[in-house]
Write a protein that binds this ligand. Structure first.
Ligand code: NAD
Length: 270
């Protein structure tokens, strides 16, 4: 289903760890749609993941960067322009990590050093990326920046603890930079609020499998898969979505607007 939607566009795709990663699917689709891009991830994830396989498949160069380090992000944006031969048209922020979730801390027991780490990795890195892009004037007019979020930014999900706060910050940063970069260069900034998805980050959350099934039964269309999310990202990177900015866009099969479904009522009655 390739339509050359990104033909001639240059991008930076973060967060592809393995073939389950949402970013992995985005890279595959962006390649199919004619984009050229660099791949990036934290140096430690490079050793654990399979990013080399993806780079080979998509003809992309890997530029390691810890997304909490402004210096490493500066290198990422300057090297990417060098490698790709011009300014950047699209950026995917697909980065999330909470030490508190990893260690199973409840919301009332959060370790504050780890809390700051969660916010830094999962939200401030989005700000840092755009700050670097702006200072280097690294992006073309009508460029598009997309971050991945979750509905826990609006509603409480007890197991999502400090990541819920990080996602709220992420979505706010999309509005702040959406205004600023929109005024300066017509660059669009949005977040996609994605269904629960079976990835390394997803599986790290307590009770994920039950919650995945619950959301699937609540959503009239079922959960959106990583591949569906990739298609939505491609649309947002393309010129078809030129006037969409500063939005948090639900991509969840209808979950966010469903009160209760027949399937859940049936299950509760058992
Ligand atoms: N899986 C879900 O259920 C779900 C639902 C909604 C939103 N999201 C969001 O989608 C995004 C991608 O996650 P995923 O589900 O594809 O899981 P994933 O584990 O495949 O991807 C998360 C990525 O973040 C990277 N990362 C962590 N710390 C980093 C750092 N310091 N610097 C650079 N990269 C770092 C990891 O190496 C990994 O590649 C995240 O923002 C996540 O919160 C996931």
């Amino acid at each position: 289903m390739a339509n050359n939607l990104l033909k001639g566009k240059r991008g930076i795709i973060s967060g592809a760890l393995d073939e389950n990663s949402i970013a992995w699917h985005v890279a595959e689709r962006a390649h199919e749609e004619g984009a050229t891009f660099t791949l990036t991830n934290a140096p430690i994830a490079m050793r654990m993941g399979k990013i080399n396989e993806l780079a080979e498949k998509t003809g992309s160069e890997i530029i390691p960067a810890d997304a909490t380090s402004v210096e490493e992000l500066e290198n990422l944006f300057s090297k990417s322009q060098e490698v790709l031969g011009g300014k950047i048209d699209f950026v995917l922020h697909s980065i999330g990590m909470s030490p508190n979730i990893r260690k199973g801390k409840s919301y009332g027991e959060l370790n504050y050093d780890w809390y700051q780490k969660s916010i830094d990795v999962s939200a401030l890195s989005f700000h840092k990326m755009m700050a670097v892009a702006e200072k280097q004037d690294a992006m073309n007019e009508w460029g598009s920046v997309v971050g991945l979020s979750y509905i826990a930014a609006q509603r409480t999900y007890p197991f999502y603890t400090d990541m819920a706060d990080a996602k709220a910050v992420l979505e706010s940063i999309a509005r702040g930079y959406g205004y600023r970069l929109g005024k300066a260069k017509k660059i669009r900034v949005n977040t996609i609020s994605q269904s629960p998805t079976k990835t390394t980050a997803g599986a790290g959350i307590g009770g994920f499998d039950s919650f995945f099934d619950f959301a699937d039964k609540m959503s009239p269309l079922g959960n959106a898969l990583a591949g569906d999310c990739a298609n939505y990202c491609i649309f947002l990177f393309s010129d078809l979505s030129k006037m969409i900015t500063m939005q948090n866009l639900f991509h969840d099969g209808g979950y966010s607007n469903t009160g209760i479904s027949e399937e859940i009522i049936e299950q509760m009655g058992k």
